[in-house]
Design a protein around this ligand. Structure first.
Ligand code: IMP
Ligand code: MG
Length: 186
């Protein structure tokens, strides 16, 4: 079988496509049960969360809306400083809403911590987080995360929304970046 250019970036596959989809199904059931009788506002953090959010939303049986924020960290490009700038803010007013932040991955937790403080100040009725992936070993700040898809080891991963220099988001699985490609200093 010949490898595509895309596949050459892939080291070990950590989470197969089927496993991701099955876990999203379970999260959909759990979240739908928890929010019965309410309607949800899903807040996605661009760009990585788009893929997870699209699949998760289709597993929800409660009424829901989506909106997006784009943020960028100041300082070092590859390591999160926790100082964050909002590049695109929400269109929907979150005051009084049941807000569920949708993340692709939580690494140091600094970005999410800033985002949670920012959103909490807007007085939502409730504010929770769902993340597809988490790297517990890398956590620098404690952020309460209500729903977690998978815990992964401290390795740089690509696929299913996660990028390396903006590439490889379109892989349907989560894989470790191939060692031939220089990983970011992290
Ligand atoms: P944190 O502020 O350190 O938690 O940064 C989280 C952000 O860093 C994520 O939203 C991703 O954009 C990026 N990130 C962290 N780990 C990885 C990885 O293994 N692959 C791709 N992006 C990652
Ligand atoms: Mg990124």
């Amino acid at each position: 079988m010949t490898q595509t250019e895309l596949e050459r970036a892939v080291g070990e596959i950590l989470i197969e496509e089927e496993a991701i989809q099955a876990r999203i199904g379970e999260l959909g059931v759990e979240i739908s049960a928890d929010y019965t009788g309410r309607d949800l506002l899903l807040v996605g953090v661009l760009k990585g969360a788009v893929f997870f959010m699209a699949d998760l939303m289709r597993e929800l049986t409660v009424p829901c809306e989506i909106d997006f924020m784009a943020i960028s960290s100041y300082g070092a490009a590859t390591d999160s400083s926790g100082v964050v700038r909002i590049l695109k803010d929400l269109d929907i007013n979150v005051s009084g809403r049941d807000v569920l932040v949708v993340e692709d991955i939580i690494d140091s937790g600094l970005t999410l911590s800033y985002l949670m403080r920012n959103l909490r100040a807007r007085k939502p009725a409730s504010l929770e987080v769902v993340t597809l992936l988490t790297k517990p070993e890398r956590r620098e700040i404690d952020v309460p995360v209500r729903y977690v898809g998978f815990e992964i080891p401290n390795r740089f991963v690509i696929g299913y929304g996660l990028d390396f220099a903006e590439r490889y988001r379109n892989l349907p699985y989560v894989a470790v970046l191939h060692s031939d490609l220089i990983p970011p200093p992290h």
